[in-house]
Design a binder for this molecule. Structure first.
Ligand code: SAH
Length: 346
């Protein structure tokens, strides 16, 4: 449970150094503790063995370390692992380890629940409770990295923000977490191995372009026709495709980075020629890649994966228009760990 003591990881390195000076100690002590907190991901002050007992007690009196706790871990027959992660206030989010032959990807959450209302997504049924703090995002990555080393004998290689929540609606904390993940004082990972996936918040897409971020952007499009998109992603009413497109043009002009679109093809919703044509029109202003994701049914059968002819049609037409296409099979379905299935079921 949380206490009235301050979470020590909310402090910057400078603040931590200043704290030690204010206690009559050396600023350098702040560096040591900072290293324990981030690089070594200590769960308690007790672990900080190069700090004196008295100092550790003093830290204990002032601060807490609100580390996440992996509450349950489920392993799929295909090697996928899903963590249900308990936060200091008892709330739970999920993160997933996805292994392939050459890499291990962590799929992490950015919010508890989600405020968007995508009709095909299980997380949308949990209302948004709160944003995750930077350290709660960081801890999910560390937990997956440890599991990757333990079960797959290699470190984590990639991160996708495709778990619960809309990362661009918790942008400041996501950015702080990424800063730590990519810093040599944290995990030292390359930002090029991080993908932030968004439903498309135009104002925030422009902001990240202005901020000169180095991570990659993926946009969950699912339809390039307003009427269709609004029917499956109602917030499209507020952020229509023209605004999204304008923001993406801005992003491309600033970053010159290819844009990736996430796209599920559903029977009777977006499986016709006109849907593909609209997608081609939408994408063509910049080099693009479309990930055709397999649909993971979340219940009543209102949505059904389109048949393979429709997928083939998408692939042919997109490729004929120089748009890169990948067809992504789902992983971890037997443990409800696939895209859109994260709903704290366990
Ligand atoms: N809010 C962010 C990140 C979370 S969703 C976003 O929208 O991008 C991660 C991806 O899973 C998105 O592309 C989303 O559209 C997709 N998704 C959601 N539910 C799904 C389902 N049932 N089957 C397949 N993909 C789904």
């Amino acid at each position: 449970m949380s206490t009235s003591k301050k979470d020590i990881r909310a402090l910057t390195k400078e603040q931590l150094r200043n704290f030690f000076v204010s206690q009559g100690d050396k600023a350098f002590r702040g560096n040591q503790v900072y290293e324990w907190l981030w690089q070594k991901s200590a769960h308690s002050f007790e672990e900080m063995t190069n700090i004196s007992k008295e100092t550790r007690q003093m830290l204990e009196d002032h601060f807490v370390i609100n580390h996440i706790r992996v509450d349950t871990m489920q392993r799929s027959s295909d090697g996928t692992i899903k963590n249900a992660v308990k936060l200091h206030d008892g709330l739970v989010v999920e993160s997933v380890l996805i292994p392939t032959a050459t890499r291990t990807t962590a799929c992490v959450s950015s919010q508890v629940g989600c405020s968007l209302d995508c009709r095909f997504c299980a997380t949308a049924r949990l209302k948004r409770m709160r944003n995750l703090n930077p350290d709660e995002i960081y801890d999910q990555v560390v937990a997956i990295d440890n599991e990757s080393r333990l079960y797959h004998n290699r470190p984590l290689s990639n991160i996708v923000f495709m778990g619960m929540g809309e990362p661009l609606m918790n942008y400041n904390n996501v950015l702080k977490a990424i800063d730590k993940i990519t810093s040599d004082e944290g995990l030292g990972m390359s930002p090029k191995r991080i993908v932030v996936s968004t439903s498309g918040v135009p104002k925030m897409i422009k902001k990240i372009a202005d901020d000169g971020v180095k991570f990659k952007l993926a946009v969950s499009l699912h339809s390039a026709i307003d009427e269709v998109r609004t029917s499956i992603m109602p917030f499209n009413e507020t952020f229509p495709l023209a605004d999204l497109r304008e923001a993406l043009e801005y992003w491309y002009a600033k970053t010159k980075n290819r844009i990736t679109y996430e796209y599920v093809v559903w029977k009777g919703i977006n499986d016709q020629r006109k849907d593909v044509d609209a997608l081609v029109q939408f994408c063509k202003f910049a080099p693009s890649k479309v990930n055709l994701i397999e649909y993971n049914p979340i219940d009543d059968g209102e949505f059904q994966q389109a048949d393979s002819r429709a997928i083939d049609m998408y692939q042919k037409i997109l490729e004929a228009n120089n748009i890169t296409v990948t067809i992504r099979r789902s992983r971890g379905k037997d443990i409800d760990a696939a895209c859109g299935q994260l709903a704290n079921k366990s």
